[in-house]
Unconditional design. Sequence first.
Length: 452
Amino acid sequence: MIRIAIDGPSGGGKSTLAKRIARETGIIYVDTGALYRTIGYFVRSRGIAKEEAAGAVSLLNEINIELAYEGGRQIVRLNGEDLGDKIREPEISMYASAVSAVPEVREFLLETQRKIARENSVVMDGRDIGTVILPDADVKIFLCASNEERARRRCEELKEKGIEASYEEVLADLNQRDKNDRERDVAPAVAAEDAIHLDNSGLDIDGTYEAAMKIIREKAGDKLPEAEKEEKTEKPKRVRKMSRFYRFMWHIFHGFFKLIYNTRTRGEPEPPADYGPMLVCSNHISATDPIVIGLTMKKHQACFMAKKELFRIPLFNLLIKSLGAYPVDRKVSDVGAVKHTIKILESGGWAAMFPQGTRHPGEDPRNTSLKSGAGMICARTGVDVLPVFIKTKGAKHRMFRRKYVIIGKPIKFEEFGYVHGESGEYARISKMIFDRVCELEDKWDSGYYDKK
């Protein structure tokens, strides 16, 4: 067994790194922050202000927290109830920070965490894992980045969510939180003496992971699962190029359909041709959406599912098949269509789908129901997702009314927080994807993109 402790200040990417290590190695990720969030949730539910967090001590005998692992994902149950994303609300974060400073609360959770580490190979992240929770961990990493870099990342994250926050405010908040964490009397957030410092200021998610795995292999490589003992050589990225026929048809119809549908592209640049496999997810307002999206992409052939009835039309059947479309039976759970989508992605291609499942013209997309297929396919393939929003000029969709195709930034697979994909997560990730799709409309409405 191996025990890995990852500590560091807020905004350094501890959780993202820990989840990536767990997913790649197959060991268990213990979300210690979720335990404190659960107690914070219970304290708030009892009407206790976070400034009076010491009052949590009198409630501890009423709290029963259980950890379960389903498909490799940690489930935290409070008195038998799985709270899900309720503990992820911003206010609960403040409560979690408050109760974590109470000695009796930390003692209450200490044995729970140590028991898990005694019985399993684990990776834990937090602020005192290497100093208090697992002082004898096999590997201790203190992940840090400059305050300016962490503030920049946080601003970018808030901006992606449509939240306005000045860099100066975010930096001031980070500095104050770091000071509070360092100077608190109980389990201050400091590096263990034998921890290895990893500064990821100039590293992306992949770079941070590779640097951490190098440390882990050097310190305790013999305790890793067999497949992870030797440093991996990066496999060449599989890229499925446009077929010649598709490129030929694209050039023929691009100008024609652009004129008819009067499309305009806004948002981020299309990812480069060698990006690798991608799942494109968009809102769905018209039967022409696949054509509009396909003609917007100049560097990639995005293959769409199409309802099976279309494949019964002579000649049209041959055309859409040649363009990469494939049938799906929308009346049942079509396993064959899902497998075909996965096959496209695993071969390095691009596949596209609509999380809403069916068209919803003129409706607020946030009020429509979602299918869990996008989350399931992401879990099984580990690909990134490109969010796209289709917007018409005017309230109603009409053939000659201008359409805008707004392209977002790719969502890295690691952002979904997977350890191992399992059915309980599919709906959550589909919603996360569609939230990012809808954020593109929010940016449009706020004037973030040029509307000319």
